[in-house]
Design a protein around this ligand. Structure first.
Ligand code: ATR
Length: 276
């Protein structure tokens, strides 16, 4: 059995290491490898996956192909449909099916790090890009009453709010202090801090008792958002677990074994990232 991760560029992907670790752990014969697919070749790549002679049982799709994988799959599930992007493909009954496991990965990471997080009721989501959509789906599915989405480009936050209904409210970044008052969960979904962009000073101390701050960025593991929250005495959860947990459903579909995310896997991936 062979599976893949397709993206462009792809050489920094940690997915081969994650799935390779599980294949070894379970003594499976399968393989999982990275495939660099340029945007102009992606449609042909999807067509080759649909061919009965394809060597692949399925695979992961990463940046920049998630939206087109969603559009070109034979069938998408409800979660992929909500998110408008697919990151996991598999063949079933001669059809190429697609889902998106990012929302699952986000929720499973917090289930592991901060059990009970879904009772925090009000969330503040910083950013309104592709990753933000998966986070919002997870929050809505887990019963958050109010999800404030803040974005530099307010229009993009508005478009998301329109898509998800009354639970999701759109704002510009200047509303941050206001919506943080009494909020239970803060999630950074922006790339801020990855480049040289300055990360804003944020006062998290007005959040409710038991509040949690998390970041879906995991390089570095302790991002500037998490560092600030920690310094203010607020609980934090890093984003690496989202990457690890989002891989679970795909592996189970392709190889028939549900793998677990544990300390050993995290250590292996952290070592490869050079953060240990
Ligand atoms: P992804 O798919 O990883 O979420 P994306 O779709 O490019 O990536 O979204 C990046 C997010 O980071 C957006 O919310 C973006 O804000 P805009 O929609 O206004 O562009 C946000 N972002 C990136 N750089 C930023 C900056 N310097 N200040 C504030 N927000 C920033």
């Amino acid at each position: 059995m062979h599976a893949f991760v397709a993206g462009h560029p792809i050489k920094h992907s940690k997915s081969p290491l994650i799935h390779g670790t599980w294949l070894k752990r379970h003594g499976l014969e399968g393989t999982y490898r990275a495939v660099d697919v340029a945007p102009e070749d992606f449609e042909a790549f999807m067509a080759s996956l649909k061919a009965p002679a394809s060597e692949f049982v399925g695979g992961n799709i990463t940046i920049p192909h998630k939206e087109r994988a969603f559009a070109l799959a034979d069938e998408v599930d409800e979660t992929a449909d909500y998110i408008g992007a697919a990151n996991t493909l598999w063949r079933e009954d001669g059809r190429l099916k697609a889902t998106n496991t990012d929302a699952y990965g986000f929720a499973a990471n917090l289930d592991e790090k901060s059990p009970g997080w879904e009772t925090l009721e009000t969330a503040v989501v910083y950013g309104a890009g592709g990753a933000s959509r998966a986070v919002i789906v997870a929050l809505v599915q887990r019963g958050f009453r109010t999800v404030h989405v803040l974005n530099r480009t307010t229009e993009k936050a508005k478009a998301l709010a329109d898509r998800f209904g009354a639970t999701v409210q759109a704002h510009g970044l200047q509303t941050l202090d206001e919506v943080l008052q009494g909020a239970g969960l803060f999630v950074n979904t922006t790339s801020l801090g990855l480049e040289d962009d300055a990360v804003p000073q944020i006062d998290f101390t007005g959040m409710r008792q038991g509040a949690l701050v998390t970041d879906i960025v995991y390089v570095p593991l302790k991002t500037a958002f998490l560092e600030q929250a920690e310094a203010q005495g607020i609980a934090t959860a890093d984003g690496l677990g989202m990457l690890l947990h989002q891989a679970v459903p795909g592996f189970e579909k392709w190889f028939g074994v549900r793998p677990v995310v544990d300390r050993e896997l995290r250590d292996i991936v952290e070592a490869a990232m050079g953060v240990r």
